[in-house]
Ligand binder design. Structure first.
Ligand SMILES: C[S@@+](CC[C@H](N)C(=O)[O-])C[C@H]1O[C@@H](n2cnc3c(N)ncnc32)[C@H](O)[C@@H]1O
Length: 208
């Protein structure tokens, strides 16, 4: 379990190259500055930003083979996890969906700043984004599990991996789903919070 900023930084350094670590370090400064202009993340969480946001996002990489792409991140907000992943892994494609205009501008400005041609920002409600086949669908704090699956099942195939950091409600949210969904998903332990879980699954959910 990652329990200090130093451990989180070391963990991240093992998941990307030196240039990626430089970009992530610079990104933290940008994020802190932008957070004074708009409410992107809680100020408290900036004190443990490597643990709470950077490692928390990058841990998803450990759940799929290294070359898996493209990723779809639902409700990216300040950029967790999609933008962080795109900064760390410019060799993979990431589609970020976010509807709030100021957050969209923020995501686009960071993608421009780092010339992230692998990062595609869809500044729109997910409901209005044209379907494409995603190898991974991820979402942190986007919507309750049932609604999340209803809104995004059309982006999945039988091969899609679902990685849904759900904090402390992971097991509870999964237990409230119908049997067909419970059979597809399980809860994995988060590496950054002993009480948090990641709902993980594989395939196309049978949504009516
Ligand atoms: C609670 S924030 C989480 C942001 C980020 N994933 C994180 O973990 O810090 C949820 C984000 O989802 C966006 N969102 C909610 N419903 C959406 C929809 N239907 N389409 C696109 N974005 C949506 C909101 O604007 C917000 O930025």
């Amino acid at each position: 379990m990652i329990s200090t900023e130093e451990e989180a930084r070391t963990y991240c350094a093992n998941l990307c190259d030196a240039a990626g670590m430089e970009r992530l370090t610079a990104f933290i400064d940008l994020l802190a500055r932008e957070n004074e202009q708009q409410n992107l993340i809680s100020n408290n969480s900036l004190e443990s930003v490597w643990q709470r946001h950077i490692a928390d996002s990058l841990q998803l990489l450990a759940h799929v083979p290294r070359e898996t792409s493209p990723w779809l991140d639902l409700g990216s907000g300040a950029g967790m996890p999609g933008l962080i992943l795109a900064i760390a892994r410019p060799d993979l494609a990431f589609h970020l969906v976010e509807s709030r205009k100021r957050r969209v501008s923020w995501l686009e400005s960071v993608a421009r700043e780092y010339s992230l041609t692998n990062c595609h920002v869809h500044g729109s409600r997910l409901e209005n984004v044209e379907s494409f086949e995603s190898a991974v669908i991820c979402a942190r704090a986007f919507a309750p599990l049932g609604k999340l699956l209803r809104l995004s099942a059309r982006f999945s195939t039988q091969q899609t991996v679902w990685l849904l950091p759900k904090g402390r409600s992971a097991a509870q949210e999964l237990s409230e789903q119908p049997e067909s969904i419970r059979a597809m998903f399980h809860v994995e332990q988060s590496s950054t919070d002993p009480q948090a879980g990641i709902v993980k699954g594989h395939g196309r959910p049978p949504i009516q």
